[in-house]
Design a protein around this ligand. Structure first.
Ligand SMILES: [Zn+2]
Length: 116
């Protein structure tokens, strides 16, 4: 087997490595890693994936896409690095503008963007 290379271990080293990548991805968009972001409780508890990202008045919201009560208890405030390090595919929407939203049907799926 000498000379055989395997490429299956690329994602084994996540953890610290990935956190640094996320910080870099955020920095490249001018976003501080501790910027305030809202997640719904399902996302906070890792019960549902993030399928809906929206920026009403510039606030970042990472939501599961289901209906939520109009109540602060349905949301948690975190640093923006938390949702992004949990799901690196969110880096694709870090250029979302104020009063824009992006939606997808599954993790890794195509984002559909719109303004509101
Ligand atoms: Zn939710």
């Amino acid at each position: 087997m000498i000379g055989t290379t395997t490429h299956g271990t690329r994602h084994v080293q996540s953890g610290v490595c990935q956190a640094q990548q996320v910080t870099d991805a955020l920095a490249s968009k001018g976003i501080p890693p501790n910027l305030k972001a809202y997640v719904c409780t399902e996302v906070f508890n890792a019960e549902r994936p993030i399928l809906y990202v929206t920026r009403p008045d510039g606030d970042w919201c990472f939501l599961c896409g289901e209906e939520h009560p109009q109540d602060a208890s349905a949301y948690r405030v975190v640093g923006i690095n938390h949702p992004v390090s949990g799901d690196p595919t969110l880096e694709d929407v870090l250029d979302l503008g104020v009063n824009e939203e992006a939606e997808r049907s599954a993790v890794g799926g195509q984002w559909t963007r719109s303004a509101f």
